[in-house]
Each structure stands twice: as C-alpha cells, then as structure tokens.
Design a protein around this ligand. Sequence first.
Ligand code: ADP
Length: 456
Amino acid sequence: MAPMKILMVAAEYAGLVKTGGLADAVAGLTGALAGAGHDVRVLVPAYAPIGPETAHELGPIGDCRLLEHRNAAGGPRIYRLDAPGLDTGSVYTGDDRDAVRFARLAGAACALGDVLGWRADVFHCHDWHAALAPAMRPPAPTMLTVHNLGYQGVFPASALAGVGDVRAAPEADGNVHFLRTGLRAADRVTTVSPTYAREIRTPEFGMGLDAVLRDRGDDPLGILNGVDYQTWEPSTDPLIDAPYGAEDPSGKATARASLRGDLLPGFDRNAPLVGLVSRLVHQKGVDLLIDALPELLARTRAGFAVLGSGDAVLERALEGLADAHPGRVAFRNGYDEPLAHRIFAGADLFVVPSRYEPCGLTQMYALRYGTIPVVRRTGGLADTVLHFDPASGRGNGSVFEHADPQGLIWALERAIEWFDDAAAWPRLVRNAMRADFSWARQVGAYEEAYRRLIRP
Ligand code: ADP
C-alpha cells in the first residue's frame, strides 16, 4: 500500500502524557502505522512549560507556540501545542480551561500544514479533545475515533468566548458539545471494539448520542485496539522481577513471590492473588468488587491487590477494606506504572468488572502475563475474553453477564476452581499467554479505512 501522511490529534500519548488507555492506544497505533511505512505525525497539547532540552520551537500558530518534541531517532514526529495561560501542569483541569485548551488544539491541527509545509492526507482525531477539528474546515478528510463515549466535552458557550475561530455553535441548551459536533462533522467515525460499536447505537450505552450515531449509517466502525508488546511483554519487561514467557513461565513464580512479599507479607503462598489496576470511577465497576469483597473473603482463600486512584468514596472504601483485612487486601492509592506492571505479572487473576468498556487494555495485558482475566461481558471485554471450558480446554478467562456483585462472585469462584485444578490451570494460562492482540493485526483495518477516506 502506498505510504500515507496521517496526522494524529489527541490529548494523550504514552511515554509523554498518560492518564489512561487513550495514551496507549494512540501511541500504539501510531507506532504500528509508522512501522508499516506511513508518515505519521502527532499533535498533543503541552500541559506544562517545556524546556529546550525536550523540544524546539517551530513557530507560532495564532497566539500559541508549536514545539517539536525531541523524539528518539526513528520514532514518529511529535508536535506539542503550548497555549498561553494553560501551563496548568495537570492534563485535565475539569473546568472551562479544558474547553479552551482543546478548542485551540483543534484549530492548530487545521493550521499545522501551513507552518510545517507538510500536508496530511488524513486527520485522525481522538475523543472529544480533538472532536472540533472535523468541524473547523480541516484541509483533509477526517476520522474521529471514540475511545470512551462517557466523556463528551460539554461546556457553556461562554467558556470559548476568548477563543477565535471555533466552528461549534452552541446547542439548544446553551452549551458547546465537542464530541457531538465532531460525530456529526467527521467523514468517518470509528470506535475501539466491534461490540462497543454495536452497543453505542443503543439508548442503554449511547449516553445521549445513540441517535447521532445511528444517523451515521454504517458508522461507527469497530476496530479493536491492539497491544504494544514492546512495553507489555513479560519476557522483556524491565519493570518486573523476573522475565518469563509462554514457553517457560517459571519466572512468574518469582514475580508472584515478590509482589506478595511487598503487598501482602504472610499471605498463603498457595492461594490465588487477584489484581486490579484501574481508574477508580463508576464505569469500571470497582464498587462491585468492594461490595463483593466481604463475601469473597469469607468464601474463598483469595487475596486482593488493588492499585488505582480517582473517586474519593471508592478510595476510602478500599482503604477501609485493606485496614480491616491487612493479610488479605492491599490497596495502593495512586498512579504507579512500575507497580502496575508488577501486579500484571505477580497476580494469578485480574478483575475488570466494568459497567461498560469501549475496549479495555488491562485484560489484554493480564492475558499476556498469564494472569487470568475475570471480566464482565461488555464492549471490548466481550471481544477479547472467552469463558474457559475445562472439558474442551477452550477459553482464556472467566466472564460474567450482569453488573452486580453476585455476578462477579460467581465468575471469581469459577476462576478459583480452575486455579485449584492441576490439569485445567496450566492449560488456561497457556491459552491466555498465547492470545495475540498485537497492533500488527489491527493496523490493516485502519489503513483500509484511511484509504477509503482519501480515495472514496
Ligand atoms: P481506561 O482508558 O478507561 O482507563 P484501559 O483499560 O483502556 O482503561 O487503560 C488503562 C491504562 O491505564 C492501562 O495501561 C493501565 O495499566 C493504566 N492504569 C490505570 N490506572 C493506573 C494506575 N493507578 N497506575 C498505573 N497505571 C494505571
């Protein structure tokens, strides 16, 4: 396929700025496209002052500064937009400054070609943060990818009063709707798994945008996110205690022992350890685990290692459970990349009890580390985890249907039965580790979709 020029516009990019899976997905796709020979460039905001050691200035775009990140040789070219008065240090402020930051990002994306003397063939915009670009007369066809319909970018029109050329009219409620505007204006809308693509066309999952999505005919196209196995691969991961792989999983025992020693000293070394690494928000169903825990602790031998931050009510509940059961429940409140890797490697089971999940990456990471995912059947979780059947030996995890504590307890008890079954468990772990969700498998679907946009 002839090389294409692709501009990625996003709020996050793994290695540079990350709060969740968006960063991993944008960086992973960019890397895969670059690896396939395309000229992919990335525009993200600068959230804090950037010094000359990490970036050099290319010139002004309006009253913003365009900087080029000093990337490793051979990596994609990454541009950062420094907008005046917005070096807040935090990625999202949760107030009107977000509206200004991302309206400017969209505007800069459209003007970038003139500054660089480089014309993209296609603009690939991610989530509400980049969703105004398709409505701002970009010089190329646009794809808008929905990574999470729960975040829509709705602001009072007054929030954008000081921002020049924004083509997003306030709607009947007086607000500017970034995502809705983009969903109407983009030439192509995609999302990050086939099941989520079907779900969000229904009122139950559409978050008020299902009608807009249904109006788009065949869209949204669902393309499953890939995994960057350069980062998430236990045989080469420098952040875990011992390397291991599907052919020789023995290093996992070291990783297990080390994690237990740190988080749950004294915990029964033969009992299953259940991990969870997540933003602590309603979407992720962490409250289901909190509600299920007392019963799980009484009925099983399992221990729990939880890493996350977010909703203060959920943080307090997890702290309370860890205080009440110090030998069985560990909670680390915060964002900790090395500990996340150690939990993927050192746990036996990994729970993702999401109410909805556009794709979900952690269950795919867990699979690679031979840590069996226990998930709710929704969105990308339904597309990646198949309930294990010990009789046939097929399947790679434990799947429950309904978002309630009893569903989660059922699925965890099934997984613990398999853990205790000397014949079933190695088979299940092997199935998990052999699953291949690499970007190399997904990139062709994006190439095909871009090609259709460029030459309809
Ligand atoms: P979402 O994007 O909705 O948060 P995903 O499963 O797509 O969910 O991606 C979450 C990403 O963020 C994963 O890479 C996960 O390891 C990481 N992550 C989430 N919470 C934490 C945390 N507290 N510390 C370290 N990494 C985290």
